[in-house]
Design a protein around this ligand. Structure first.
Ligand code: MG
Length: 340
């Protein structure tokens, strides 16, 4: 089989994330091994359960789609617009929403203060909620280079997560996707990526991204940002196909929809959309509460991925968009990440 095209990898990133989310959702908070017990022949199905219909994507994919639609409709990174889309979605009573994300989005504070205020009050903001929605932005900003895509990731993460650990993790995921879209091996890129992780957070990220790290070594529940990304990279590294990577991720138990969504983001970028089984994409559907109650299907996600992959180059041809203000949390380390 010939290697996937760049557009196939971009489609795989967005579709892979959504498929992982929907595949893992019925197993959320379950024990390790539940997936392989349910599907002993290894050929897992979109089975539904736990309040989810077969193939129904959860908040992970819903938020990723909202980020992607903002990037496309605003022609770049418009943080207040993304926050407003999130707020409308949260007010539309999605079936699931992360605790941290819900508190930030429903607290009534402005877009640039909500997350830092919440973090100051609670000290808790290192969940995987910004990692889970990064597939669309990772495709869009891949053309911005390593520094550009990592900075965009930090800003998007900071909308809901005040802890820099979440920003750095999302930045790492963005960069690993960029590497994979170029046809290189993201697992081999980890040392280079770590060099661009904020120094205060580098060691902890180096631990969970190391080649000998195993999910059993996690010191937190995999709803936290570190073991979530560590587990996704482990699933990618220890398997050889899209399907087996996702099976390994869901079989870890715990926050299965998000660990599998992040795994699907990476595995989709590596293997491309043609490696994703049709029995998973056919029932896939993404409801969008608060946004006209639209329901997207796999072909809609592929079309968005293709538009996102053209992102920054397309914008350059059209002229610069309005420059959004950076967050007041001090995430900017020099200039706008989207100055392309
Ligand atoms: Mg979810």
């Amino acid at each position: 089989m010939s290697p996937p095209s760049r557009s196939g990898r971009a489609a795989g990133t967005v579709l892979g994330s959504a498929v992982g989310d929907a595949l893992g959702a019925p197993f959320e908070f379950g024990p390790p091994g539940a997936y392989s017990a349910r599907f002993p022949d290894g050929a897992g199905l979109m089975c539904g359960g736990g309040g989810w219909d077969p193939g129904e994507a959860t908040d992970d994919t819903q938020m990723a789609v909202l980020v992607g639609e903002s990037l496309l409709e605003r022609g770049g990174l418009d943080l207040p617009d993304v926050f407003e889309r999130f707020r409308r979605w949260a007010a539309g009573e999605p079936k699931d929403i992360g605790l941290q994300t819900e508190e930030v989005l429903t607290g009534g504070h402005p877009w640039d203060l909500a997350a830092p205020l919440h973090f100051r009050l609670t000290g808790r903001a290192a969940g995987n909620g910004s990692l889970m929605r990064a597939a669309t932005s990772a495709v869009y900003f891949a053309g911005a280079g390593r520094a550009g895509t990592m900075e965009a990731a930090r800003r998007l993460a900071a909308l809901t997560h005040g802890d820099r650990a979440a920003w750095e993790g999302t930045a790492v995921l963005h960069e690993l996707v960029r590497v994979a879209l170029d046809g290189a091996d993201p697992t081999a890129a980890v040392p280079d990526v770590l060099a661009d992780v904020h120094a205060d957070h580098r060691e902890r990220w180096a631990t969970v991204l190391a080649p000998d790290w195993h999910p059993d070594l996690a010191t937190e529940f995999n709803g936290a940002v570190w073991p979530c990304l560590g587990s996704a990279l482990w699933a990618l590294r220890t398997t050889g196909t899209f399907e087996t990577a996702l099976a390994a991720a869901v079989d870890l138990g715990g926050d299965t929809d998000t660990v599998a969504a992040v795994t699907g983001t990476l595995a989709g970028a590596v293997y491309g959309d043609e490696a994703i089984p049709a029995r998973w994409t056919a029932p896939l559907h993404v409801p969008l509460p608060g946004h006209g109650d639209r329901v997207l299907r796999a072909p809609d996600l592929v079309a968005r991925a293709e538009a996102l992959a053209a992102g920054p180059a397309h914008r350059r041809a059209e002229g610069p968009p309005g420059r959004p203000d950076g967050p007041s949390t001090g995430t900017a380390t020099g200039g706008q990440p989207t100055e392309l």
